[in-house]
Design a binder for this molecule. Structure first.
Ligand code: ATP
Length: 465
């Protein structure tokens, strides 16, 4: 395995001579093998090594024991060590996050702090080829773009330096064999076996089935991710050239326009990427999951035989068609509006984008569509509340086992990031989410016998901007 990783590092230019490397070590097989591997290349590369370990305090005594174990091994191997214990439950509660998210944020905060303090240019992580395969399959199932299918990056910017993952080209099996060969005795994290986490479910249930069909699955997925990455880089460059030729920047570079007929002379693969490059430019790099629904709307707009037209998108963006020209207008001072208001019977609430929500009481459940929610009045605590999302918001609905994060519903429904912070949701006084407006209705609203119904109507703005 060592020679394969050596070659991987050279090929991907992951290291430079004399660098300071912070190695993230949990005590498990992947990161213990990583720590050992770095020990073997410390001299030839002239590296300064620091191991960093975070005790999430989530597995009782075992958590701190992992950290102590890593510290002990570092002493034996003559590697500097930094460690910390973080309070995941408090942080999780404070920011309404789930455990994994809270742990991840705190872990990366510590890494960032240490990289600055120790002037380390590199943070090395132990992700490997099986992690890569899981990530690609999870994204495939959730819905992704060719760019998303390139998987976990081998190298990316972080804290003024780089995150690198030297083990992405090797399998878990090879790592376990490496541990055996060098008498490394990693700690075992039993939560890695719990299939209630999506990743573990893919790892233990789905991947084995696929590997039984073809043991070379990892290799094939790796090849696919690399091919896609290379194709993507090339196509991105071509799309940039396309924009250089056709795009005209207006009004302090806040608006972009181009001639439809000129744009249409380019292949669709480049048009698609050019479209995303424009969004990325306008949103300052934060538009990565602007959805393919928007992409489709854009192409409909592009091919429609009209002289004038307008397409409104959330997040301060609108497109205008003026004969043969399309302009992307972007209001850069736009800030997603968060709001919260009580909504009693007979009330109407006007949302920042001009759409309205109104509540009335009826004796018959006469309407049920995307823009209307009816709910037995005895099932909810009044007045209702209309508000924007908060981190960790969850809801449940008929047929769903357990609950789902609002964030994930937005992802499932391809709602662009820019629209999520101002998207309305309705709760009752107890905080129970009844309706993610237009997207999901809660189980609470599916039955009832009192004969009195609350009817909440959502209506879109009548006037154009
Ligand atoms: N508590 C932690 N302290 C330090 N680094 C961590 C910690 N948890 C994860 N990492 C780093 O992130 C990488 C990926 O973490 P992940 O949880 O996906 O894998 P893992 O199965 O825990 O890996 P390992 O076999 O090293 O425990 C690890 O290999 C390690 O480099």
């Amino acid at each position: 395995m060592k020679t394969a990783v050596d070659a991987f590092i050279e090929r991907n230019r992951l290291l430079e001579q004399g660098q300071t490397v912070l190695i993230a070590v949990s005590g498990g097989p992947d990161s213990m093998a990583l720590l050992h591997y770095f020990k073997t290349i410390r001299e030839p590369w002239g590296l300064s090594l620091i191991a960093a370990s975070v005790d999430h305090g989530l597995r009782g005594a075992a958590s701190i024991e992992d950290l102590t174990y890593v510290k002990e091994v570092c002493k034996q191997w003559n590697i500097d060590f930094v460690g910390t214990s973080v309070d995941v439950p408090t942080y999780k509660k404070q920011y309404n996050l789930n455990t994994q998210e809270a742990a991840r944020i705190l872990r990366y905060q510590f890494f960032q702090e240490q990289m600055n303090k120790k002037r380390a240019g590199i943070l090395a992580l132990g992700h490997h080829g099986d992690d890569q395969a899981e990530t690609m399959l999870m994204r495939l199932v959730r819905g992704t773009t060719p760019g998303g299918l390139t998987g976990i990056p081998v190298k990316r910017d972080f804290a003024g330096g780089k995150i690198i993952r030297p083990f992405l080209g090797v399998t878990k099996e090879e790592i376990l064999a490496y541990c055996k060969e060098y008498h490394i005795h990693p700690r075992e994290d039993l939560s890695n076996k719990d299939t209630k986490y999506t990743r573990n479910y893919f790892r233990h249930k789905i991947l084995p089935l696929m590997k039984a069909e073809n043991p070379k699955l990892n290799e094939h997925l790796w090849k696919l991710s690399q091919d896609l990455k290379e194709d993507e880089e090339y196509l991105q460059q071509q799309a940039e050239k396309l924009l250089e030729k056709v795009a005209v920047f207006e009004k302090d570079k806040k608006n972009i326009s181009f001639s439809v007929s000129e744009f249409n002379t380019y292949p669709i693969a480049l048009q698609r990427r050019a479209f995303h490059l424009i969004l990325n430019y306008l949103y300052d790099g934060n538009s990565e999951d602007f959805s393919y629904i928007h992409e489709q709307q854009f192409f409909d707009f592009l091919t429609r035989d009209i002289a004038n037209g307008k397409l409104d998108w959330p997040g301060g963006l609108w497109l205008q068609r003026n004969y043969g020209k399309i302009t992307f207008h972007f209001n850069s001072s736009y800030k997603p509006a968060s709001y919260r208001s009580e909504l009693g019977i007979g009330d109407t609430y006007r949302l920042p984008d001009g759409s309205e929500l109104s509540v009335k009481l009826t004796t018959c459940k006469n309407k049920e569509d995307k823009c209307t929610l009816t709910c037995d009045v005895t099932h909810v605590e009044l007045p209702l509340i209309v508000r924007t999302r908060r981190p960790g918001d969850r809801m449940t609905w008929k047929g769903l086992n357990g609950s789902r994060k609002i964030k994930d519903i937005f992802i499932d429904q391809k709602v662009p990031k820019e629209a999520r912070d101002s998207w309305p949701l309705i709760t009752d006084q107890n905080g129970k989410i009844l309706w993610l407006v237009g997207l999901k209705k809660s189980t609470v609203c599916s039955g009832g016998t009192s004969g009195e119904w609350l009817e909440i109507n959502y209506s879109q703005p009548k006037e154009d901007r």
